[in-house]
Design a protein around this ligand. Structure first.
Ligand code: FAD
Ligand code: PYC
Length: 417
């Protein structure tokens, strides 16, 4: 079986694409850019692409301390859905889902978006009431979501054990049929290539160490491991590290960073047709096109910048998966890893202006920002270009922690924290 890696995907991206190969080796930074975006994940690269495509702003650099997509973009379990509870969240996640539907065509790069359906299992009366509330809210908002009986859930996902004697019995499930998965690193590469084609500089192996400000207090550039790079505007979009980078401009963020773990099994023939999440037992599962079962856990219960995480979380998650899908008990685990999520107190993202002039922030996507990538990137580009949030992101401002207008998405976030 062919082994894929980020480098293999990079080579694929370069094949037959004149000019990209030269830029794969990062360009020398210019003296000054109109916009610097800190963080070469899907959100940052996507914002650079939409800045160029929709706002005609191309003197842009994306600055990445490691390699493109090496952060959470390349580490997540790729679940895409928009079944959140509040208008602020539904607006942005549904905007994103609609962009996912046309993203491969838009980028001319196959991001392998696969709307195979996302099912959320209900195990008790509390789950049922909460999920049905989400279904009603979603439908009122024009978002598809439906309730399934245990038998209907089993028909949609045959490996599921719905026996009444199961350790985690099921009293129903929600199903968002338009939800699904995509290929995570392809998203980073698709956006990087498309942004680069429009003149954006994508600079890897360049860590931001400081944010410099001019005499009027507004930003003037970033100190990096490649030296000082000037910028008229800076957007920080460095998941897991946003509070550290914002502190470089003396802005204190309501964020804490925790590891989130995932793993894949040995590859198998197609056996698992959809995505299943069990929020109560902290486990979610799908099958990749390579045949691996892609399995994720809840967040580790401590703050850390570790990209591994603790052993007990994985074993707990595997126990739960084997109870829900007994046929997987003898499947071998192949690989485990972690990513660093940055989390807000209300589990909703922050995208907006900051107290520092021309410094913008996109953060707090926590355990759920992969699905948001195209939508967040699109609205971040608007924010940077216009200096104020797009109406679809208007509720996500930093200001809500001062006014108290929080957006509590603890249930829809779905991953234990
Ligand atoms: P990233 O991809 O992390 O990009 C930020 C970049 O900033 C990184 O590449 C990093 O190297 C760079 N950076 C950091 N500091 C600096 C610096 N000082 N200078 C320069 N660059 C810097 N979301 C979902 O919607 N569905 C899921 O199924 C899902 N599963 C997940 C499973 C796991 C195990 C994890 C860890 C996360 C999961 N998420 C999921 C969350 C999702 O992955 C993230 O919210 C999303 O990918 C964030 O994208 P990003 O572009 O903001 O960040
Ligand atoms: O937000 O759907 C999600 C998710 C699943 C796993 C991690 N996050």
């Amino acid at each position: 079986m062919r082994k894929y890696s980020i480098f293999a995907v990079a080579r694929e991206a370069m094949r037959g694409h004149k000019g990209w190969e030269a830029q794969w080796t990062s360009p020398e930074p210019r003296k000054e850019y109109d916009v610097i975006i800190v963080g070469g994940g899907g959100h940052g690269l996507g914002a650079a692409y939409y800045l160029a495509k929709e706002h005609g702003i191309t003197n842009v650099a994306v600055i990445e301390k490691g390699w493109l997509g090496g952060g959470n973009t390349g580490r997540n379990t790729t679940i895409i859905r928009s079944n959140y509870l509040y208008d602020e969240s539904m607006n942005i996640y549904e905007h994103s889902l609609k962009l996912w539907e046309g993203l491969s065509q838009d980028l001319n790069y196959n991001v392998m978006y696969s709307p195979r359906g996302v099912m959320m299992l209900s195990h008790n009366i509390n789950d049922k009431q909460s999920f049905q509330r989400h279904i009603h809210a979603n439908r009122l908002h024009g978002i598809d979501n439906e309730w399934l009986t245990p038998e209907q859930a089993k028909a949609y996902c045959p490996p599921l054990d719905i026996a009444a004697t199961a350790r985690y019995p099921i009293n129903g499930a929600t199903l968002q049929r338009r939800g699904g998965t995509a290929r995570h690193d392809a998203v980073a590469w698709g956006y990087a290539r498309a942004a680069s084609d429009r003149g954006v500089h994508v600079i890897q192996n360049c860590e931001v160490k400081g944010i410099r400000r001019g005499p009027d207090g507004s930003v003037s550039g970033v100190e990096t491991t490649k030296g000082f790079i000037g910028a008229k505007k800076i957007a920080v979009s460095a998941s897991g590290h946003n509070s550290v980078i914002m502190a470089m401009a003396d802005v204190r963020m309501p964020l804490h960073s925790t590891p989130l773990q995932a793993l894949v099994s040995e590859p198998m023939k197609p056996i698992f047709p959809c995505v299943v999440m069990s929020n109560s037992v902290h486990a979610y599962i799908s099958q990749s096109d390579k045949g691996e079962l892609v399995i994720g856990a809840g967040t580790d219960q401590y703050n850390s910048y570790s990209q591994n995480g603790g052993l007990q979380i994985v074993t707990h998650t595997l126990d739960a998966i084997c109870e829900l899908f007994p046929m997987f008990r003898r499947v071998k685990m192949m690989r485990q890893w972690g990513g660093i999520t940055d989390n807000t107190p209300d589990r909703s993202a922050i995208q907006g202006v900051t107290p520092v002039k021309n410094l913008f922030v996109n953060c707090g996507w926590g355990t759920g920002g992969f699905k948001a990538t195209p939508g967040s990137a699109h609205l971040l580009a608007h924010l940077i270009a216009k200096g104020e949030p797009h109406r679809l992101a208007a509720g996500l401002t930093l200001d809500r922690f001062r006014t108290g207008r929080l957006i509590d998405e603890a249930a829809a976030a779905a991953v234990a924290h």
